[in-house]
Design a protein around this ligand. Sequence first.
Ligand code: GTP
Length: 249
Amino acid sequence: MEARAAGPGGAGYNEALLHKTILVGDSGVGKTSLLVQFDQGKFIPGSFSATVGIGFTVMLLGDSGVGKTCFLLQFKDGAFLSGTFIATVGIDFRNKVVAVDGVKVKLQIWDTAGQERFRSVTHAYYRDAQALLLLYDITSKMSFDNIRAWLTEIHEYAQKDVVIMLLGNKADVSSERAVRTEDGASLAREYGVPFMETSAKTGMNVELAFLAIAKELKQRAMQPPDEPRFQIHDYIESQKKKSGCCAFA
Ligand SMILES: Nc1nc2c(ncn2[C@@H]2O[C@H](COP(=O)(O)OP(=O)(O)OP(=O)(O)O)[C@@H](O)[C@H]2O)c(=O)[nH]1
């Protein structure tokens, strides 16, 4: 198994010499601080978010091959990684700062391996995540059928109030569609989570997914109690409608 071209910082190394180190341990032991030290060369007391306004950890979950890594790279670099599919090994991470209503929100995004054999590694990270993007591939019925098992796992390992969003990726491949948009929407309704179809290839709804998560997390952290709550479902629906090309159920 080859490791994907990713360490903190991303490209610029010889893939043949790439080694991956996976940090495993209880919540709070310092896994994230260690990575931040490695990535930025400094220790940030309190939390990794101290450098900018606020910061959150978002995790990408879903079967192997649904497009998690491509989804992250599209958001981070605006590029699509086509061609050979190299499965992620263990966990990888990228940071991106987004502006939400004038406040900088740093998202630390964990890209997890979808393959079953890495499952025990990814379990160790669930509790550190404030938000989970759960992806299936609209051309793979199996990846959709497995969403219920993913949600069971999430309920077992993640924080109780974690923000979850269901995403039907590869929406650009309509000729091979195996999961109807209504079925994705109805499963999401059943679990009370927001839903949209996305494409890591064209970038459709990729930024919207992260932005909606950032807005929800920011409002939870900073919103004065007397102000009306941000409604993530309404926000997504209104934004989806705005982009004529990408409106889904
Ligand atoms: N057409 C199309 N292809 C995609 C899209 N997203 C990913 N792919 C392709 O799907 C394959 C798998 O993508 P990855 O991003 O590596 O999948 P993953 O979910 O990270 O897989 P694991 O790392 O094994 O968990 C690659 O060949 C991608 O080029 C998309 O939105 N549209």
